[in-house]
Design a protein around this ligand. Structure first.
Ligand code: NDP
Length: 368
């Protein structure tokens, strides 16, 4: 049988080596060839809402597959084992998952639990000698994030953050256009991130498990987005909090924060993070020569983009499937993502969140 590797070696290699071959054509040619390279063996930890989306998306991955499960709910372990064909010997609880250390069926653990649990869980995975993907926000503050980065470095394992948009085609096209100078020098970014949150008893409104409120959960998209859209790191922030429902949004759980960021070039960002309003998922980037708008900008897609020159047309690919296949390539072939997805990237967002909370507390401009 003709394998992908032998096909590439004998037939496709000379075509793919052509210097002028468009990347899109190259991808299309490769897509038709069955993949027979290494497959990343992934254990999912925390089988909740987002893990369900990741698990379904991963059914179309070619370079990554679910081989393990970690959960505190025995009935989910049983159901997911049969649904995704996971060997029961690769299933663990939060009490016993350190034993993955001796399990060759697991290369990496994807931590998809409440934010306040990420630090300890990621450090335990690192100590077990496995790579880790941690959902956003990577931790509940930068001090915790730093401990995670250090623990993974010490254990010699890779730490990634679940920044799925860093692999999303429309997002990458806007970044390409900005780098190519299509918008001229960047002057302004606006990020609107929010939704109306329901059930007041959920962990997202519990300071200990969430680390905050809307900012940790949804405002982080505007922070992260400002950084990859502007292409610079902010040097200062100012921020203002408003709260209409202090019963639902207790002390330390932010309902709505507006914040501003200043970048070294003089560009500024103006952003909104909220748990009190719907229809907020928009990025706008303005430069001296043009603009880009993404609406929606961070949902599960399709992401829609346009510039002063018209609509951006990029194919929609399920974000989490693309993310997991790309992470496999980063691990197996040392491929470099256009926008980093490592622990350092997660830490940068956490430092900005810390500064925003300080600016809210003090009413002052906070330097980063
Ligand atoms: P859910 O509440 O839907 O699921 C969290 C799961 O974590 C639970 O089902 C449970 O799984 C496990 N868990 C362990 N301990 C606790 C605890 N004390 N309280 C509640 N759950 C616990 O949350 P989400 O899946 O929506 O969010 C999980 C993480 O994913 C968060 O960090 C969030 O920010 C991130 N996220 C990222 C998104 C993205 O687009 N990148 C989108 C949505 C969320 P079990 O029963 O198996 O133990």
């Amino acid at each position: 049988m003709k394998t992908r590797r032998s096909f590439i070696q004998t037939v496709a290699a000379p075509i793919l080596a052509l210097p002028l071959l468009d990347n899109e054509i190259r991808e299309k040619l490769l897509a038709d060839i069955p993949y027979d390279g290494p497959v990343l063996k992934v254990a999912l930890m925390g089988l909740g809402g987002y893990a369900t989306i990741v698990a379904n998306a991963m059914q179309s991955c070619t370079k990554a597959k679910i081989t393990g499960l970690i959960s505190g709910t025995p009935s989910k372990l049983t159901a997911w084992q049969s649904k995704y064909g996971v060997d029961p010997k690769n299933c663990y609880t939060y009490q016993d998952f350190d034993a993955i250390k001796n399990n060759k069926d697991i290369d990496i653990v994807y931590v998809i639990t409440p934010n306040g649990l990420h630090k300890d869980q990621v450090i335990r995975v690192a100590k077990a000698g496995k790579h880790v993907i941690c959902e956003k926000p990577m931790a509940i503050n930068a001090a915790e994030g730093k401990q995670m980065v250090d623990a993974c470095a010490k254990a010699g394992v890779k730490l990634f953050v679940g920044y799925r948009l860093h692999f999303e085609a429309t997002t990458l096209e806007v970044i390409r256009l900005r780098k190519a100078g299509e918008f001229g020098s960047i002057r302004f970014f606006q990020g609107l991130s929010g939704f109306k949150i329901g059930d007041p008893t959920q962990w997202r409104l519990d300071k200990k498990l969430a680390g905050g409120g809307s900012m940790m959960d949804i405002g982080i998209y505007s922070i992260n987005g400002a950084r990859y859209m502007v292409g610079e790191e902010p040097v200062w922030v100012t921020a203002q909090e408003t709260k209409t429902d202090p019963v639902k949004f207790k002390e330390g759980v932010d309902e709505t924060i507006t914040f501003q960021m200043g970048f070294p070039s003089g560009a500024i960002a103006s952003c909104l993070s909220t748990y009190a309003m719907n229809h907020l998922d928009r990025f706008f980037l303005d430069g001296e020569k043009g603009f880009a708008e993404m609406l929606p900008s961070t949902g599960y897609g399709p992401i829609k983009g346009k510039t002063n020159n018209g609509e951006i047309t990029q194919p929609h690919v399920t974000h989490q499937a693309k993310q997991m296949d790309e992470l496999a390539e980063i691990i197996f072939s040392a491929k470099q993502p256009v926008v980093p997805v490592d622990g350092g990237e997660g830490l940068k967002d956490l430092r900005i969140i810390d500064a925003i909370f300080e600016a809210v507390r003090t009413g002052k401009k906070v330097m980063i």
